[in-house]
Write a protein that binds this ligand. Sequence first.
Ligand code: SF4
Length: 277
Amino acid sequence: MGLKINLHITQKCNYRCKYCFAHFADREDLPLESWKHIIDNIKQSGEIDAINFAGGEPVLYRGFHELMEYAYRQGFQLSIISNGSLMMNPILMPHQDFAMLDTLGISVDSVDSKTLVALGACNASQEVLSYDRLATLIRTAREWNPNIRIKLNTVITSLNSGEDLSEIGQSLSIDRWKMLRMKLFSNGVHSNADLVVGDEAFSSFVDRHRDVSRDVVPENDLTRSYIMVDNMGRLLDDEGMDYRVVGSLVDEDFSSVFPRYHFDRETYESRYEVAAG
Ligand code: SF4
């Protein structure tokens, strides 16, 4: 099985989630040509067959449509993880792009707009992704691509651990639902320590949602099992409370950089046992 790589193509985001770890470096995003080079680079390695576009909010990367098309033409299986709030804007992402996606991933942390605002999962006008907007997005994606898989990501924090999101799973027929325990992040500038959730609260959230999707994936710890490239094209090691640069995929071959990352293949593969993707 080939591996999936997560390309965090931009840091730009219209949300300000308090738990967010997309604070890699204060620099501009790489130009499109550099990302195309990185896609060629990982293609040549033969180790990667799937690309997940992440951010920031990936549709805010200038040239996102062209980049996705480039990766699609190279034969990669494509997915995206988005906050969903801008995906219906055809200037940022034409609707036909849904047809290139194997999986549409949307972050949904709460059904309560007050909780979403408290988490920072809203734009500058405190608009959140309402249930209706989420339903419209999923319906549109399925109209353009009847085979698209819908995945939700929920980050469990101290603010939403008591919630019940079952209704979303039942009414929108969610194919896969990742429940991620918030990772403690602290680099001296940013910290999410006040949102840390305990073992028991995390487990009871997962137990409460066992039946919300065909494929529920609890993620207690992603350390070294998530292949992450930051917006400067650098492979990162996520051990500890901050990130360490393993190497640049702009300057070096993926095949030279990847062996320096202590990849936990066993944990990675266990995540894909229930269903591929
Ligand atoms: S939507 Fe995602 S990228 Fe944006 S602030 Fe929230 S967690 Fe970070």
